[in-house]
Design a protein around this ligand. Sequence first.
Ligand SMILES: *[C@@H]1O[C@H](CO)[C@@H](O)[C@H](O)[C@H]1NC(C)=O
Ligand SMILES: *[C@@H]1O[C@H](CO)[C@@H](O)[C@H](O)[C@H]1NC(C)=O
Length: 500
Amino acid sequence: MFFSRPVRDRFSSVLALCLYVTGSIAGPCDIYSSGGTPCVAAHSTTRALYDSYTGALYQVSRGSDGATTDISPLSAGGVANSGAQDSFCANTTCLITIIYDQSGHGNDLTQAPPGGAASGPDANGYDYLASAVGAPVTLNGEKAYGYRNNNVKGTATGDEPEGLYAVFDGTHYNTGCCFDYGNAETNSHDTGNGHMEAIYFGTGDGSGRGTGSGSGPWIMADLENGLFSGYDPINNAADPTITSRFVTAIVKGESNQWAIRGGDATSGSLSTYYSGIRPANGYNPMQKEGAIILGIGGDNSNNAQGTFYEGVMTSGYPSDDIENQVQANIVAAGYATTPLTSGPGLTVGENISMRATTACCTTRYLAHTDSTVNTQVVTSSSGTSLKQQASWTVRTGLGNTACFSFESVDSPGSFIRHSNYELKVNANDGSKIFSEDATFCPQAGLNGQGNSFRSWSYPTRYWRHYNAVGYIASNGGPHDFDSAVSFNDDVSFVVSGGFA
Ligand SMILES: *[C@@H]1O[C@H](CO)[C@@H](O)[C@H](O)[C@H]1NC(C)=O
Ligand SMILES: *[C@@H]1O[C@H](CO)[C@@H](O)[C@H](O)[C@H]1NC(C)=O
């Protein structure tokens, strides 16, 4: 269950990127077709995966009125029309509600329903949807964000051959189970070994699953009840730690044969990390069921974080040569990052104070009392201790250098971080989780004033004052402090020089 773990966030990032598409090279699915292994599912939030594809890539839903719109490529075979999304989502929040299947099989991905391992945190037990705001052509992961289709057509079942590739953010991962893309159970429950064949990206689920060399993250296969980096025993030293910002990850399987391949999605070629027979104990023959998952495990285990840009499933076992051509296509597409911040700029090393902009509260500043972040009325004649409580030193983001962290002026070494959706001032313990939870990406204020501070690890959530206490809130989400009423005002703060 979601809350059976300590109620801590794991996470996800917001990463904007742009694609520079060159010329007339065929799309990944055209390449797979030319090899006799056509795509039976093709998902992307960044671009068309067929040269001639002009249909919708994905649907977004905005917080202001719940309206939806489809985002399509700018031209046949081209990149997502991020300008259309920016205008649709202006001054509000947006979530990705559908990732359309470009293959013509209708295998669209939508919000994942509850499963055997977990009910999602959504009011109906569904997993969260990913943020679309501020990262126009990416799909941003959030803990417990998950997409699924249990009623698919054309994907491999039983021991039938298939190929999978995906492009992920190689720097965004955790050990929670399981950031997967691929073939899974049709009933959202664990139905046994060999009932899945999905690409996994991360550092394993911490319960004796597979590992590669180094400390990870690794590309592995989730074959159900096991994350495999190779043959049993499942620790394959030839499966390397991934260090590239964008990673191409491949898993493919046929009768008593499967492979893991990977490479840097922005340069160079693919390497084969495993190619050989199936693991023992229920994985030969496979009993694939053919559902499609993204961001979760086959039983809806939803403790993972990650970022997915594009991926496909094929019918048939693609040759290495065809996959090498697909890699060349991905490299040519030119994945690159763009700034994660917008609005009035912040300067590292400066002390700042942040004033609320909601009509009730324009004399109140973000402050803290012990570990609780709140808003308090502060003026130039306030006492030194209150001034210090309402002042913050801007630091380079502990979890992502493209964003910022905020160190308390009266408690050096302590930073604003989120914990169970509340903003806290806690001492930096140096952990990966603390760093990620203490990293925020300022955007132009949603109400047109100052900045809105988006959580790096929970990109659907922004700093908000609610009854004078600080939270990370999503627009219209499940908690009281997620209320859509005055959301834009409550998440917009005007930054000034610090009181202290
Ligand atoms: C900013 O705050 C720090 C404490 O974190 C303090 O040492 C420093 O003097 C302050 N800078 C200014 C310009 O007030
Ligand atoms: C929308 O946001 C922009 C800045 O991003 C701002 O200039 C504008 O005033 C805002 N409009 C409203 C209605 O809040």
